[in-house]
Each structure stands twice: as C-alpha cells, then as structure tokens.
Write a protein that binds this ligand. Sequence first.
Ligand code: CA
Length: 229
Amino acid sequence: MSAEHPSVLVVEDEPAQREVLVYNLEAEGFEVAKAETGDDALLLVAEAQPDVIILDWMLPGVSGIEICRRLKANTSTRAIPVIMLTARSEEADRVRGLETGADDYVVKPYSVIELMARVRTQLRRVRPASVGEQLTFEDIHLDAETHRVTRDGKPLKLGPTEFRLLSTFMEKPGRVWSREQLLDRVWGRDIYVDTRTVDVHIGRLRKALCAQGGDDPLRTVRGAGYALG
Ligand code: CA
C-alpha cells in the first residue's frame, strides 16, 4: 500500500469473476489483494487494511453479508468502504445489504466499467489524493493530478516522498499519524525503512512548506506522531 497506489481487496469465490476484477483493478493502477472466502478476507484485512473492499455476497462458508457486518462492527475496520456484489436484485435484499453497512451495492451481472467507477467514487471519499483530486488546507493547495503544491498561491518544491506525506496529511487534516502508519502509507509495507526516516522527511516537508513564509502547519504529537493542523 502506498499513497500513489490505492489498494483494493477483492473477495470473490468464482475464479473467472475474481480474475476479471483483479485484471481491471490492476489496469487502473490499484494494488490488489484477493480472497476466496470470508475468513481469508478477514485475515487479510487484519494484516493490511485495504482502501476499498469489493465483497461478493454469496461465498462458501461465512457469507459476504456476515463479513460486512463484522467489518462494520469493528472500530478499526468500520471506515473501509465496502462494495457488495450480488446476484440478488430484489428490493428487500438490497435494503438488507445496506443495513449491514455496505457503502455501495452492485448487482450481478455488472459492467466492469461501472464497478470501476464505483470504486473510484469510494476512493474519492476516503483517499481523494489517490484518484487525482485537488486538496486544500488553509492556504496550502495540492493538485494530485499535476503534483503541484502551492502555499498562498506561490509554488512549493517538494520531493516525491514529501509530496506523498503531504497528500496523506491533507486527506485527513487533524488526524494524528504514527510513524508506523506513515511508513505503511507513504513508503509501503513491503519496504524496510527505519521510523527515523519518517522524521527526516517530515523535517524536509516542514522546510518546504515554510520556504515561502507562513507558519509550520505540521504538529508533532509527543509519543504519538504527526498531524496537519
Ligand atoms: Ca460467489
């Protein structure tokens, strides 16, 4: 997982359907994890939280509805958007699906283009920078499409790591990020980087943000990490 490549977990037991989804999601530039059963899905989510989950309703063993219910009952996974896939189109089932807390609902057979659009809609909500949105925090403006950052209208020069750090902060102003969470998000889980590296890049980001004047918008939270604002 990284700031540049949002991650999607596909939970679908039918191999052909699963592979079509994986193929299309990867073509969109997403990092994709896949699971065939609900139990596998829960294990994967506990290991590394995806940005969005596409969850088939009909799974062997624990049903998609039950998985959704468990994800939404858990405070650490509640915020992950869940798009439910189902062959059932009856209105009552649709309502039941939404009652489990699913964020969106797609009826099979679905159009892959439509489903990709729904994934982007969820990402725009939870990871706006990852889908090229423009973000603003006070006088700082970040364009995730062109990678341009300005403060008070003046362009700022940021390295790629500092850009990803700032995107992460600007997606959730006020949120306190631990060094480990920033490592996961900005550097990716698979790369070994010392937590002190985070401090180094935070220092560079601060310098870049204040290069044209203005106060330091980043907050160091003792024993916890960093936050914007
Ligand atoms: Ca199925």
